[in-house]
Ligand binder design. Structure first.
Ligand SMILES: Cc1ncc(COP(=O)(O)O)c(C=O)c1O
Length: 387
């Protein structure tokens, strides 16, 4: 008998049953009133999750499309931007900016560490006033499992009068992000992460400052033109081109669930799961890549033990237990494995994953006490539930 699939990736993530079935709803025309109502409910639900009064645009593309749009809609050729690079996704954001002819100043941070706002300020200080037009940051660096806190960076963006563009692809709806309060001008996320929806939608919040910057921005844009999307939505609750309607049906259900659970509870749930995973990895005798203080609440990177390769670990977990984990990229390739724990990941999914990991590691010759990791996670869940 094949085990039930346990998808422990940092996206795509498992979809709650009711929402998944909503994806099979009968098709409607994208200029019909039903679709306008669907989009409106989705946008209102997203404003709650983004914690914003700003416009939230629904684009039919993955998160990378929104990151590209965040640049093409607010900046111009030759503009200087400061890119906070804490891993592979920070690098990607910087690369997109370079491809569009921007002058990218990188603030490189060792992989596994978070950005220090003091270093950001030193960098900003070293330029003429107004020279840096935007700061690009990755809220949750998925490749390492590190959180970069946007609040102090938002303050700096105000002080030095530049935009703050945030890649929140693997954080939004899993880790707190107060878009308005923290001064984020553009926040980008994708549907297939903590929003527990199939891939296909990119959700982007855009501040008044960002919309003002749009007016002078000279980079090419059409499909991902934020103003076209805003105007069409403002006029008719529609999108300029055909949206991924089936994905919208799923997202609407998910957003209803999130509202019902309450954002605070959603974040708390992610924190508890993170604590369980981190303590269990330590109890097994594995080494975590990052310190507790900067640890992501949606993905955890664990160093591969000596003599155990990522591909062997991954294929054993998949073939024997139908449990899916992933590796990492760039300088961490072959050095860590990552467990995604965002969105619709239950305590039982976590316990099954830890059990499977213990079985596989034992089979591969790693010395551990069977059940040690499991017990550590059980203890977290047991105590949290009764506290
Ligand atoms: C932080 C971050 N940024 C960007 C992306 C790219 O998103 P997408 O695959 O939706 O284009 C990912 C995907 O894992 C991510 O984790």
């Amino acid at each position: 008998m094949k085990e039930k699939r346990t998808l422990m990736l940092p996206g795509p993530t498992p979809i709650p049953e009711r929402a998944r079935l909503a994806g099979a709803t009968e098709m409607i025309g994208h200029r019909e009133v039903e679709c306008e109502e669907l989009l409106k409910e989705v946008v209102d639900g997203l404003k709650y999750v983004f914690q914003t009064e700003n416009d939230v645009l629904v684009l039919t593309c993955s998160g990378t499309g929104g990151l590209e749009g965040s640049i093409t809609n607010t900046l111009s050729r030759g503009d200087k931007v400061l890119s906070l690079c804490t891993g592979a996704f920070g690098e990607r954001y910087a690369t997109i900016a370079e491809k569009y002819g921007l002058e990218v100043e990188r603030l490189d941070v060792s992989w596994g560490e978070a950005v220090d706002p003091k270093r950001v300020e030193e960098k900003l200080e070293s330029y003429k006033e107004g020279e840096i037009k935007a700061i690009l940051m990755t809220h949750n660096e998925t490749s390492t499992g590190v959180i970069n806190h946007p609040e102090p960076i938002g303050k700096l963006a105000r002080k030095y009068n530049c935009l703050l563009l945030i890649d929140a692809v693997s954080s939004l709806a899993g880790i707190e992000l107060k878009t308005d309060k923290w001064g984020a001008d553009v926040v980008v996320t994708s549907s297939q992460k903590a929003l527990m929806t199939p891939p296909g939608l990119c959700l982007v919040s855009v501040s008044h400052r960002a919309l003002k910057a749009y007016e002078t921005s000279d980079l090419p844009k059409f499909y991902l033109d934020f103003k076209r999307a805003k105007d069409r939505y403002d006029a008719k609750n529609q999108t300029p081109a055909t949206p991924a309607i089936s994905v919208l049906y799923v997202l609407r259900e998910v957003l209803r669930d999130i509202k019902e659970e309450g954002l605070e509870n959603v974040f708390k749930r992610h924190e508890i799961v993170t604590k369980a995973i981190r303590l269990s990895m330590k109890a097994i005798g594995l080494e975590l890549l990052v310190d507790d203080e900067v640890a992501s609440k949606t993905v955890t990177a664990v160093r591969l033990p000596e003599g155990i390769s990522y591909s062997v670990l991954r294929s054993n977990l998949k073939d024997k237990y139908n449990v899916y984990i992933t590796g990492s990229k760039g300088q961490l390739q072959g050095k860590v494995f990552r467990i995604g724990h965002l969105g619709n990941v239950s305590r039982m999914d976590i316990l099954s994953t830890i059990s499977a990991l213990e079985f596989v590691l034992l089979d591969l010759g790693f010395e551990l006490e069977l059940g040690a990791g499991l017990a550590a996670a059980q203890k977290v869940f047991y105590e949290e539930e009764r506290s």
